[in-house]
Design a binder for this molecule. Sequence first.
Ligand SMILES: CC(C)(COP(=O)(O)OP(=O)(O)OC[C@H]1O[C@@H](n2cnc3c(N)ncnc32)[C@H](O)[C@@H]1OP(=O)(O)O)[C@@H](O)C(=O)NCCC(=O)NCCS
Length: 156
Amino acid sequence: MITIDTLKEKYIDELCEIENASFSNAWAKESFISEMSNPTSVFFVALKGGEVAGCVAMNNALGEGFISKLMVSKKSRRQGIGFMLLERLCEYAEHNAMFALTLEVRESNAPAVALYEKAGFKNLGKRKNFYRNPKEDAVIMTKKFTKEFTNENISD
Ligand SMILES: CC(C)(COP(=O)(O)OP(=O)(O)OC[C@H]1O[C@@H](n2cnc3c(N)ncnc32)[C@H](O)[C@@H]1OP(=O)(O)O)[C@@H](O)C(=O)NCCC(=O)NCCS
């Protein structure tokens, strides 16, 4: 069974292992620690059989969310966990009257692009040479939750 929790210190070592195996520019442990005290951070962790299987994170900038992390451990991929995490984040965004969720993804990252498309994100365009190591363009993807961005979208 998969359950979803918010970020806790006890998950950070396992998150670092998944992070190092997933990204060429991996976050340091301190980055996960600082997310716990960042008031704009919304961070969900997927647990499978007591183990950390993945996570999704975003920063809520006055009603617009920027996804900063989405990853699933290699052994837990293709089991719907990435989609479940993204759905949880979209539910949070809707319940908190957020305007939209936006992210950048490597152009060559077909699994992630397909996942975001399945979750209803649209391709907005590219950022040239956004990534290093290796150098690559980013695709910008977004999902809107309200038609207009007004002050009413901003939650306290
Ligand atoms: C991208 C990632 C999070 C997907 O997680 P996942 O749990 O394996 O994804 P899911 O099982 O929920 O798949 C949901 C959908 O995503 C797409 N998808 C996922 N993996 C795919 C793959 N290897 N090839 C093609 N499509 C894929 C499919 O549309 C899939 O739907 P389907 O099962 O009905 O075909 C995972 O591959 C990962 O952690 N990659 C490394 C980190 C990364 O690139 N993060 C994104 C940074 S922007």
